[in-house]
Design a protein around this ligand. Structure first.
Ligand code: NI
Length: 134
């Protein structure tokens, strides 16, 4: 059984490779390499898979999951510049892929081993990535 909590956060980022020229960065990353950054309204789906607990009827208490995501992820990244404000991305490009891996690693530490965890991060209405630890 899988359950999901949806949370949102707004962050700025810039995708660029310092080893490349401005032209090559623009060619590869387009507007995402704009030197003055740009923002996204990220939508984070946190999926937890496990057995239904006989005593509660829950897989996991979604209130616990909500508080965990808000405290550990939203507090950390909401209204931040990922490149400049967040040490997680000082040497890691803040692409949706890398953000999802960072989020998964943080949440994984707080979840009991009996749960499988997977995160889906929507960067735009049409583009999302998913990470399950593999
Ligand atoms: Ni972007």
């Amino acid at each position: 059984m899988k359950v999901c909590r949806r949370e949102t956060f707004n962050s700025a980022h810039r995708l660029f490779n310092p080893d490349w020229s401005d032209e090559k960065n623009f060619e590869v990353f387009g507007k995402c390499s704009n030197p003055n950054f740009h923002g996204h309204n990220y939508v984070l789906e946190t999926w937890v898979e496990g057995d239904i607990d006989l005593e509660t009827g829950y897989v996991i208490d979604l209130k616990y999951l909500k508080d965990l995501i808000r405290n550990e992820i939203c507090e950390r990244f909401d209204h931040r510049n990922l490149n400049l404000d967040c040490e997680e991305f000082h040497s890691l490009k803040p692409s949706a892929e890398n953000i999802a891996v960072v989020i998964w690693n943080i949440l994984r530490k707080h979840l009991d081993n009996r749960y499988q965890l997977s995160v889906r991060l929507w960067e735009t209405e049409n583009n999302s990535v998913s990470y399950s630890g593999l």
